[in-house]
Design a protein around this ligand. Structure first.
Ligand code: BYC
Length: 321
C-alpha cells in the first residue's frame, strides 16, 4: 500500500467512526468524494425546490382574499426564499459555487421537487399546498435534522420551525373553507383531490427503486426511507382530513389493524417519471420564470462585485502606504 493509500484508509476509518458515533461531519473534515457529491446533489436539489416552490404561491399574493391572508402568504413565501439561501450556503461549504448550482438547475441537470410543476388554480390551493406540501416536507425534514452533515442538519432545525408555521397556515385556510359555504367546501375538496397524489410523490420512488437510498442511509445522509416517510405522512394526514370533513381521493385507503397503519393505493409512477424528467404541466414555465428573475437580478450581483473590488483595492492601497 502506498503512503497516499494508507493515508486515505486512515482518513476513511476516522470518517466512518464519526458516522457510527452519530457525530457530525463538518466542512473542514475529510470525506469520501462520493459522500461529498451525493450531498451536493441532495442539498442543492433541496435548495432549488425551496426557490422554485415560491412560484405557485407567489402567484397568489396579489389575489389573496384579505389583507390578513396576504400578509401571511407573503411571510411564508419570503421564508421559502430564506430556506433556499441557507441551503445554497450550506451546499457551498462542500466546494461548489452558487453559479454552478444555478447553472445546473437552469440547464435541467439538477432536479427540484416534482410537486412544484403543478399549477395553483384557486385560493384553496394555498391551503392544500401549506397543509399537504409543507406537511410532507416537514415529515421528511424532521428526519433530516439528524443528517450526518453538520451545516445541512443545522439548516434543517431552523427550517422545520418555519415549516411548522407554514403547515398550520395551510391547514387553517382549508379549515375555514371546509366550514364555509358549499361552494367553498367544494373548492377545498377540489384542491385536496389535485394535490394529494403529487404530495405523496414528494417522498420519491419506492425504496426498491430508489437509486441513492442505500448509500445515503449507510452514510446517514438520509435517516428514514422514502416508503417509511410516505407512510408516516399518510397516517398523520388521514386524521387531519377527518377533522376537515373532506374525503381523501383514494378508494383504497383504509386502516389496517395488523400493521397499525393505513393501507393506500398505488401512485401513478409514470406520471412521477414524466414530471421529474421535465414533462410535467409547469416545468417549462417554472424554469423560464427562474431564468428571467435571475437575469433581472444581474444588476444586484454586479453591484456586489463592484463593491468587493473597491474594498479590495482600498485594502491594497492601505497596505502599500
Ligand atoms: N421530485 O434515489 P432517490 C418545500 C429524484 S421544498 C423530483 O430516491 P434520494 C416547500 C432524485 O432526486 C422541500 N425528483 O433519491 C417549498 C433522484 O434523481 P437524481 C423539498 C425526485 O435523493 C416551497 C431520483 O429521483 N424537500 O418544503 O435518495 C413551498 C431517484 O430518487 C423526487 C427536499 O428536497 C421528487 N419528489 O431521495 C412549500 C428534501 N423524488 O438526483 C414547500 C430533501 C426523487 O439522481 N431531499 N427524485 O437526478 C430528499 O429527502 C431526497 O432527495 C428525496 C429523494 C426523498 C426527495
Amino acid at each position: 500500500m502506498s503512503d497516499v493509500e494508507a493515508n486515505d484508509a486512515e482518513q476513511l476509518a476516522i470518517f466512518e467512526q464519526l458516522i457510527a458515533e452519530e457525530m457530525k461531519i463538518e466542512p473542514r473534515d475529510w470525506m469520501p468524494e462520493a459522500y461529498r457529491k451525493n450531498l451536493i446533489r441532495q442539498m442543492s436539489q433541496h435548495a432549488h425546490s425551496e426557490v422554485i416552490g415560491m412560484q405557485p404561491e407567489g402567484n397568489w399574493i396579489c389575489r389573496a382574499p384579505t389583507l390578513h391572508r396576504k400578509l401571511i402568504l407573503l411571510a411564508k413565501v419570503q421564508d421559502e426564499g430564506g430556506h433556499g439561501l441557507y441551503l445554497y450556503s450550506a451546499t457551498e461549504t462542500l466546494g461548489v459555487t452558487r453559479d454552478e448550482l444555478i447553472e445546473a438547475l437552469q440547464s435541467g441537470a439538477a432536479k427540484y421537487a416534482s410537486i412544484f410543476n403543478y399549477p395553483a388554480l384557486s385560493w384553496a390551493d394555498m391551503g392544500a399546498i401549506g397543509w399537504l406540501v409543507d406537511g410532507a416536507a416537514i415529515v421528511n425534514q424532521i428526519s433530516l435534522q439528524r443528517t450526518s452533515y453538520g451545516p445541512y442538519s443545522r439548516a434543517m432545525v431552523k427550517i422545520c420551525k418555519e415549516e411548522s408555521f407554514h403547515q398550520r397556515q395551510g391547514y387553517e385556510v382549508m379549515y375555514v373553507l371546509s366550514q364555509g359555504s358549499a361552494e367553498q367546501k367544494a373548492m377545498a375538496q377540489d384542491a385536496l383531490n389535485r394535490f394529494w397524489w403529487p404530495a405523496m410523490m414528494m417522498f420519491g420512488p419506492h425504496d426498491s427503486d430508489s437509486a441513492h437510498s442505500s448509500r445515503s442511509m449507510n452514510w446517514k445522509i438520509k435517516r428514514e426511507s422514502n416508503d417509511n416517510l410516505r407512510q408516516k405522512f399518510v397516517d398523520q394526514t388521514v386524521k387531519q382530513c377527518e377533522v376537515l370533513g373532506l374525503e381523501m381521493p383514494d378508494p383504497d385507503l383504509k386502516w389496517n389493524d395488523e400493521t397499525g397503519h393505513y393501507d393506500f393505493g398505488e401512485l401513478d409512477w409514470d406520471e412521477f417519471k414524466r414530471v421529474i424528467h421535465g414533462n410535467g404541466p409547469c416545468n417549462y414555465q417554472r424554469i423560464k420564470h427562474h431564468k428571467k428573475a435571475h437575469s433581472d437580478g444581474e444588476w444586484v450581483r454586479e453591484a456586489v462585485r463592484s463593491y468587493r473590488n473597491k474594498q479590495q483595492m482600498s485594502a491594497q492601497t492601505e497596505s502599500a502606504a
